[in-house]
Design a protein around this ligand. Sequence first.
Ligand code: 1GP
Length: 248
Amino acid sequence: MGTVFEYLSEVRARRGAGYLVLLDPDRLPPEALEQRAVAAAEAGADAILIGTSLMFSASRNAQTFARLRARVQIPLIGFPGDAGQVAPGADALLFLSLISGRNPELLIGQQVRAAPLLKEAGIEVIATGYMLVESGSLTSVEFMSGTRPIPRHKCDIAMAHALAARYLGMRLVYLETGSGAGAPVPDEMVRAVAEYAELPVIVGGGIRDVQTARAKVEAGAGYVVTGTVVEEDQGRLRELSAAVHIKG
Ligand code: 1GP
């Protein structure tokens, strides 16, 4: 069996881009999370991300992985706000370093705490350069991380960060405006980063409609993440999946 990273690469090659659905274990009751995950898989989502900026219940987080594992076949990928969110049951984890910030705790501190736990649990780790981009309003991730986002029209700054991520050996770049953000990462920044850094780019934050999702893929996103829109209305899953999968 291949790795989750290989699976994600294959998805990108076969479908043009991958569609990832983010579920926040604190935001919905367990039954609703299960329902969303099953609906996401049926609608053609390629993987489920599980995580949050500020976790309220470690046991609910762990249970979420266990419950969803029993219901869906697509990979469950941890998307942790900190080391406390490492849960056995994840197929893989985005090993995030908040490279757009200058907070050492989120550049390396939490990673050091998480590493032994990941080894013990045998979870596949995908090193990911996580870049917070200004959305026009203060998001949870900006507040909780205590970092300043990259100005949304400074593509050169984003490009240099992404290239540094690649030179540091990271395998993905995640361009993020934050969950529930008022605006997504601009298309021109997605394009500039994808072309310059030559790393697969995940784009998330504030994507709520098919036109926006498709525009990110056309700009060069390898993966598109939606969270809030699907929490609010799982009926949108199919159209979002179709919009991201440009190869049909
Ligand atoms: C947040 O990118 C994700 O990390 C998803 O954001 O909830 O705005 O879709 P939304």
